[in-house]
Design a protein around this ligand. Sequence first.
Ligand code: FBP
Length: 306
Amino acid sequence: MQPTERVREILSWYPSDNPGTKSSLARLLMTGRLAGTGKLVILPVDQGFEHGPDRSFAPNPDGYDPRYHPDLAVEAGCNGYAAPLGLIEAAADRHPGTLPLILKVNNSDTLGSPSDAWSAVTASVDEALRLGCCAIGFTIYPGSDHRNEMYGEIREMTAEAKAKGLAVVVWSYPRGHGLNKAGETAVDVVAYGAQIAALLGAHIIKVKPPTEHVAVDAAKKALEKAKVPLGTLADRIRHVVRGSFNGRRIVIFSGGEAKETPAILAEIKAIHDGGGFGSIVGRNSFQRPRAEGVALLKQIIDIYAK
Ligand code: FBP
């Protein structure tokens, strides 16, 4: 299938990329039930690393099986599947050529007491190529004492990924000593995190849905002076997307902890209304029984398809 006009338009936002990287991006945009729309719904399964297997898979034990997740992604019609090295290795040949894979190349656990948020590099660009992935995924924690080390790591991995024809997805999660809990999802902070990811060269930026809270006084003053509407989630999504090169970067939003279906769908509708490019929904899909998880992902995809 040829890329649609919309996908060609999106690819034109990345003029410096080589044909390999553009093809990798096109693969993600041209797969699944949202193929060609410019929207994306991705299944991420790195929670086993980030939160541990019990919190992640006990609610739906089928999820302990590494083959479960790529099958779920395909059955629901997702654009792609993102996971750390071991999970991708265990199932990379399950849907060869039909399910775009994103290798999460850094991860952190929640054991011990780290000095501040920082992930270890757990896979390489060459491993992503060996496994047939179309992108690497990297988490940054703006606000952490270690953010500058993270920016250095991602700079190197992004340069290598782009040189070798892969796309780069950045999970930008502000957290750490510089921020309190409310600040992590404050609208100005989420917009700042998305902007940093764009400036680091991300093709796809993944952030959390922003709250109405504005954490930084100077940002609050600027936003009030400019009368930026932030009252609804759709307003705030629009603000974050505008802050990501005026909408010329693909910005997608995370699903979060398990929630009731109506609450999830209301959030997705607001993301869609605000011009968000899609969602990356993990726990809310793989922690439900298979049929319910598939049904929910399909409902989410239907909203973005409108
Ligand atoms: P969820 O839909 O499960 O929230 O997954 C999205 C995600 O970004 C995962 O990739 C990641 O493991 C998780 O959120 C991080 O969550 P936390 O905020 O607890 O670190």
